[in-house]
Design a protein around this ligand. Structure first.
Ligand code: NAD
Ligand code: ZN
Ligand code: ZN
Length: 346
């Protein structure tokens, strides 16, 4: 089959690889109909996350079930499904409850990050533990929305939920990438008075404003946040970048007894953490990998009823065979590119 393969830093190619085969009676084979490229894929592309050459990448994908193991009862051949980008063993109590990041057998994994679990920027994927990792795409949810439900909409929601937002509060989202923008939409569900969104890219800030956020250019953020909060700091901060600098800014910008919720992936072995400021602020600091299936029960009805419209983040639709170019443009943030949807039939 055709798939996007990472060969090294900055080198992703569309090429032929062996067809995937489901491993056991708990697995399923999914023919991919749409996949997307995530900011997390760029960590691999930059070499920040080490990967053996030859890795089939991608963890955001939806498709049609082609084969299903005898132990999998919630889906059938021919179903159109979404697959959680993050999975666990699929059989322990935690996994069956969707809490894949707390898998009791410590088998939490992300598709397309290691050779044991090839990714979804491909024509087909073998999905282990299919019972908990796969959900039929519900009525009222479009294919593009379903792709976002496999990772970044749950991530944005997870960031907002972890931020302890109360009605009337001031929230700052750092980063107006797809994850930050979906954190903005998710934060709005909790009733804040205002959500400031900080970034450096004008087009992304403009979209944040369109989605109901208050755009703040990163270079003026210190003074804008101080002024808008009467020098007290923001109640809650959602960090959706993953750099040392933005984590430090989050701790600086939050008010006393506020919350910093980090969803950006930071791959440094040690981030300088200003313990004394955290102590003096009585800070709550949370960080985590998104437990995708656990969040579906909240997010599916919100999307199906039109309360959340995450599909606005897709700006580019390309064929899987154009994968190398898609990565290059996404990485360079060329011509307003925000999120790329890939079609494996092209
Ligand atoms: P992205 O790279 O498209 O967006 C990051 C944004 O941050 C960009 O718009 C960039 O301009 C902005 N930025 C960079 N430095 C900044 C600064 N100093 N101040 C303000 N803005 C700054 O990525 P994305 O797809 O939106 O993903 C964001 C992060 O979320 C990534 O680190 C990704 O790995 C992570 N992620 C985490 C999870 C999880 O489970 N925790 C899941 C998915 C993605
Ligand atoms: Zn991702
Ligand atoms: Zn498990």
């Amino acid at each position: 089959m055709k798939a996007l393969v990472l060969h090294g830093k900055g080198d992703v190619r569309a090429e032929s690889v062996p067809d995937p085969t489901p491993q056991d009676a708990h697995s399923a084979l999914v023919k991919v109909e749409r996949a997307a490229i995530c900011g997390s894929d760029l960590h691999l592309y930059h070499g920040d996350v080490p990967a053996a050459p030859g890795l089939v990448v991608g963890h955001e994908f939806v498709g049609e079930v082609m084969e299903v193991g005898s132990e999998v009862t919630n889906i059938r051949t021919g179903d159109h499904v979404m697959v959680s980008g993050v999975i666990g063993c699929g059989q322990c109590k935690r996994c069956l409850n969707g809490e894949v990041v707390r898998c009791e057998r410590k088998q939490t994994r992300v598709f397309g990050m290691a050779p044991e679990l090839p990714g979804g920027q491909a024509e087909a994927v073998a999905v282990p533990g299919a019972e908990h990792a796969i959900r039929r795409i519900p009525e009222g949810v479009s294919v593009e929305q379903a792709v976002l439900l496999t990772d970044i909409l749950p991530t944005g929601y997870f960031g907002a939920r972890n931020a302890d937002i109360e009605p009337g509060e001031t929230v700052v989202v750092i980063g107006a990438g797809p994850v930050g923008l979906l954190a903005l939409l998710s934060a709005q569900l909790f009733g804040p008075a205002r959500v400031l969104v900080v970034d450096r890219i004008p087009e992304r800030l403009a979209l944040a404003a369109e989605l109901g956020g208050i755009p703040v250019s990163a270079e003026h953020a210190d003074s804008v946040i101080a002024e808008m909060t009467n020098e007290q700091g923001a109640d809650r901060i959602i960090e959706a970048v993953g750099s040392d600098a933005t984590i430090l800014k989050a701790i600086e910008w939050v008010r006393a007894a506020g919350t910093v919720s980090v969803v950006g992936v930071n791959t440094s072995p040690a981030v300088p953490f200003p313990m004394i400021h955290a102590l003096m602020k009585d800070l709550t600091f949370r960080v985590g990998l998104v437990p995708v299936p656990e969040l579906w029960s909240a997010l599916i009805p919100l999307v199906a009823c039109g309360r959340l419209q995450p599909e606005r983040v897709f700006t580019h639709r390309m064929g899987l065979s154009e994968g190398a170019e898609a990565y290059r443009r996404f990485n360079a943030r060329e011509d307003g590119i925000l999120k790329v949807l890939l079609d494996p039939s092209r």
